[in-house]
Design a protein around this ligand. Structure first.
Ligand SMILES: Cc1cc2nc3c(=O)[nH]c(=O)nc-3n(C[C@H](O)[C@H](O)[C@H](O)COP(=O)(O)OP(=O)(O)OC[C@H]3O[C@@H](n4cnc5c(N)ncnc54)[C@H](O)[C@@H]3O)c2cc1C
Length: 398
């Protein structure tokens, strides 16, 4: 039996690729090592815009819809309002399963151990002793991808560390964070912490590049204690985040990597669900067009260039959190560009241009508002931000 494509791994990347290939009538085999729906350590924050790539609804797997985000730096706090429903919270087991359930494809539970590419096909072997063949293989098997390793594509990787826990939420915590996820910066050198709401619990975690031994656990416990989130008895899940380096290969002639397997996690925000879905769709598009070699270029042009700029911004942001917080996070002129970025509608080039372009009016307004005192300053901000950026989201910064 020669399949048109074998998809290895059923996270959002693999499930998306399988969905679009199956919908086009391709004969697809999905191989997943865990019994679905499987747990995945993840904050589960995703923009609703991303889900518009699919012609089916996601309402039944959305845990929470948030209308603003809180950023903190030490004791300083900034709220960023979002367009209604722009950001959603999901539990990954149900979310990922939901996509793969829509895929018209054959599913087998199997752990892939190796892939071997031949001129006209790819052979896939599993730990269970089975062997399958397909014209193409999509490697969607996550951050430690066996497909990437055994297909000769495991090069130039940069892995950040992350820890996540699901904790039951008190009614008070659900009131506070229920529609308002929190990001805490400045608590570790190159990373951040989060508190994300789910239906009845909170997903809390920390991610960092090159953390010292034990630093992630210690910092997570310390900061969560400050927000009254008890971690005693909670299971801490550790995992890696494969950040984009711009140099990692993402495809051979017949093997295409998507999502974490391709190392596409956003360098500034650490989000990867959107990139997994996007690259899964691009891989399907490249195969369906009959020109799989287009895939690497598609990734470079549509995701890579923006991510390379994002890497520069991330280096600046995490090395100088105070200045970045004061001049970037608090700049209401830039919030729309950031929301667009999370929605896949604009890249880091646009965000950086927006940040730089709006810096002079932002600083002028902040200086005037600072001199005018608390009440008048608040009015100045509302009037200036509203007039200078009509239709833009803006906050009255305290
Ligand atoms: C702690 C943490 C928090 C995060 N929070 C967010 C967030 O809030 N928002 C966001 O957008 N991103 C977040 N991310 C990133 C996001 O989780 C990943 O980028 C995303 O899961 C990538 O999807 P994927 O389909 O590429 O891979 P995965 O979701 O990792 O799926 C890979 C699948 O492959 C299967 N598999 C692995 N090996 C094999 C094998 N050998 N054979 C068969 N099957 C195999 C696995 O069982 C799994 O089902 C977070 C990551 C971490 C670690």
């Amino acid at each position: 039996m020669l399949y048109d494509a074998i998809v290895v791994g059923l996270g959002p990347g693999g499930a998306t690729a399988a969905y679009f290939l199956g919908a086009a009538g391709w004969r697809v085999l999905m191989l997943e090592k865990a019994e679905p729906p499987r747990y995945k350590p993840c904050g589960g924050g995703i923009s609703s815009q991303t889900l518009k790539r699919f012609p089916f609804a996601f309402d039944e797997v959305v845990d929470a819809r948030v209308d603003r985000v809180i950023y903190t730096l030490g004791r300083r706090e900034q709220q960023m309002p979002l367009p209604p429903g722009a950001l959603l919270m999901v539990m990954r087991d149900r979310f990922d399963h939901h996509i793969s359930m829509h895929a018209a494809a054959e599913l087998r539970r199997a752990t892939v151990s190796a892939v071997r590419e031949l001129p006209d096909r790819v052979l896939v072997s599993t730990r269970e002793g089975e062997s399958y063949a397909a014209r193409y293989v999509i490697g969607a098997d996550g951050a430690n991808s066996i497909v990437a390793r055994s297909g000769g594509l495991w090069q130039h990787r940069m892995l950040a560390g992350a820890i996540e826990a699901e904790v039951p939420a008190t009614p008070e915590q659900l009131r506070r964070f229920g529609t308002m996820p929190l990001f805490a910066f400045g608590e570790l050198e190159l990373g951040y912490l989060w508190i994300f709401p789910k239906a009845t619990q909170l997903s809390v975690g920390i991610a960092g590049l090159r953390p010292k031994p034990g630093e992630l656990q210690r910092t997570l416990r310390r900061v969560m204690q400050r927000y009254g989130v008890a971690l005693d008895g909670a299971k801490l899940h550790g995992h890696t985040l494969p950040l984009y380096t711009g140099r990692q290969p993402v495809a051979t002639a017949r093997v295409l990597l998507v999502g974490d397997a391709a190392g596409l996690v956003d360098p500034l925000t650490g989000e990867g669900i959107r990139l997994a879905i996007w690259s899964g769709q691009l891989a399907a598009e490249a195969l369906l067009s009959g020109r799989p070699r287009r895939y690497s270029g598609m990734i470079r042009r549509r995701i890579g260039i923006s991510h390379a700029l994002g890497m520069g911004l991330a280096a600046l942001f995490y090395r100088h959190p105070r200045a970045s917080f004061a001049l970037g996070v608090r700049n209401p002129f830039a919030t729309r560009a950031f929301v667009d970025l999370l929605s896949g509608r604009g890249g880091y080039g646009r965000l950086i241009a927006r940040l730089l372009g709006t810096l002079p009016p932002f600083m002028l307004c902040e200086a005037a508002a600072g001199l005018a005192g608390h009440r008048l300053g608040g009015r100045i901000r509302r009037v200036v931000y509203g007039a200078a950026a009509p239709g833009e989201l803006h906050t009255a910064t305290p």
